[in-house]
Structure formats: C-alpha cells, structure tokens
Design a protein around this ligand. Structure first.
Ligand SMILES: Nc1ncnc2c1ncn2[C@@H]1O[C@H](COP(=O)(O)OP(=O)(O)OP(=O)(O)O)[C@@H](O)[C@H]1O
Ligand SMILES: [Mg+2]
Length: 236
C-alpha cells in the first residue's frame, strides 16, 4: 500500500474584496489523519478546502505535503454537499468518470457503498443518500491522498446520515487516507475524526484531539461533554 500523505498549512491567507477570510492559518495534518473543521457560517471552511484542492490560489502562504520532500504528485478529490453527478450518465458511468478500463473497480466500489444492482440507474432514479454514495465511490476510485469532504452528508435526513457516516468509516478502515471534513454537525465530527478544528476569524480557535477508541458510541460520556463544549463555543 502506498504511504499516506499529510499536509501543512503555512501562514495561509485569503481575502475577498479586501476582507480576510483566512488569516495566516497554520496547521499540520499528519499522514492518514481524519480532521474535521467546524465554525460559524462564513468563517472560510469551504474556502480553505478550495485552496487545499488548488481550485483557488491563496493570496499568500502555502499548502504543502507532509512529510516534506514528498516527491510524487498529491492526488486530491473533493466531495461537495450536492452530489454533482452527471444526470445523463448512469451510476456506474459517473463513478468511472474520466477513467478508462476501471469498470471492475467501479462495480466493486458501488457494491461497497451498498448499490450493487443499481449500477445502470440514472441519478434521477436514485435517492439523495444513494446519490451521495455514488459521489463517495467516485471520489474513492481515484484513491486520493487527500479526501476533502465539504458537508457531504448535510442534505441527508438524520438516519441516512448516520448510515453514510458508518459507511465512510468502514471504507476508510479498509483503505486509510488523509481526510478533511467540513461539517456543521458537531456529533458527526466527534464520531468520525481524530481531531476537531474550530475555525473563527480566519484562525484556528480550538484544536481538539478526539482520543476515543472506534467505533465510537454517540452516548459516550466524553463525546457528549465535548459536543456540549463545542456547541457552547460555537454559540457564543
Ligand atoms: N467567490 C467569492 N467571492 C467573494 N466572496 C466570497 C467568495 N467565496 C466566499 N466568499 C466569502 O468568504 C467568506 C467565507 O466563505 P466560505 O464559503 O468559505 O464560508 P464557510 O465557512 O464555508 O460557510 P458555510 O458554513 O456557510 O458553508 C464569506 O463571507 C463569503 O461571503
Ligand atoms: Mg461552506
């Protein structure tokens, strides 16, 4: 298995219309670590993922792989809140998007996300949760070094969301990679991540190490206490 690659944010700064959204942000994410970002709406979480994915260039500062000197190109994939599937392509074709000769891998991944037998359905024939699972399979087929998830389960109902979270956890156990998740769901962050980073004012306000064994139980006393602490922090 190829070793995981982490990342370093070094004085990362970005602004829109002269207003700083990210202000000299510094953060190391270790290879294979799962880090969640939470923070009020408009604090720059999506901007941060776009800069890391190189969809936009920062005003100053850098995003670099860890360990330093990693020579191969870093493969980055982003999954957004909306599935962004192509409506005129089937589930299978969407997973294979831009890849030749990967049908077996695509079928295996669709099976892994619980969609065996639905390969030839169009996105319009799938539920919201099923479409997000196709989008997850499409991100994972590329075996990204950095998997960036921007509120991927935000539009799902509570039950479907828990199932999707478990699925993501299972898939990462089989095939570990460095994951950055943006979410408004504090419990989701605590159940899934090694660290929860709170962003505010363009900086890191809090960096919480979630040192609980997995799988985690939502009623674990420490998890419940952290959830309350984080929610209190977000509200005030
Ligand atoms: N392309 C853009 N042009 C101008 N301003 C932008 C642009 N993209 C984002 N912004 C501004 O930058 C700030 C951060 O936006 P961003 O989308 O990163 O926030 P967010 O933390 O992801 O919010 P949310 O939780 O609501 O998704 C906001 O004030 C937003 O209005
Ligand atoms: Mg956002």
């Amino acid at each position: 298995m190829t070793p995981s690659i982490g990342l370093r944010l070094d004085d990362l700064t970005h602004a829109y219309a002269g207003r700083n959204v990210l202000d000299r942000l510094n953060l190391d994410v270790l290879p294979g670590q799962f880090v969640s970002f939470i923070g009020a709406s408009g604090t720059g979480k999506s901007t941060l993922l776009r800069l890391i994915a190189r969809l936009e260039k920062p005003i100053s500062g850098t995003v670099s792989p860890l360990p330093h000197g990693t020579s191969r190109d870093v493969n980055v994939r982003v999954m957004f809140q909306e599935d962004r599937l192509l409506p005129w392509w089937t589930a299978l074709q969407n997973v294979q998007l831009g890849l030749r000769g990967r049908e077996t891998d695509a079928r295996r991944l669709l099976e892994a996300v619980g969609l065996a037998g639905r390969e030839s359905l169009w996105p319009s024939q799938l539920s919201g949760g099923q479409k997000q699972r196709v989008a997850l399979a499409r991100a994972l087929i590329h075996k990204p070094d950095w998997l960036l998830l921007d509120e991927p389960f935000g539009a799902l109902d509570a039950l479907t969301r828990v199932t999707a979270q478990q699925l993501l956890e299972d898939m990462l156990r089989e095939s570990p990679r460095t994951v950055l998740l943006v979410t408004h769901d504090v419990e989701e962050a605590l159940v899934l991540s090694d660290r929860v980073v709170v962003l505010g004012g363009g900086r890191v306000l809090k960096d919480l190490q979630v040192d609980l064994p997995r799988p985690r139980h939502r009623d674990n006393a420490r998890l419940v206490a952290w959830k309350q602490e984080l929610l209190d922090g977000l509200l005030h």
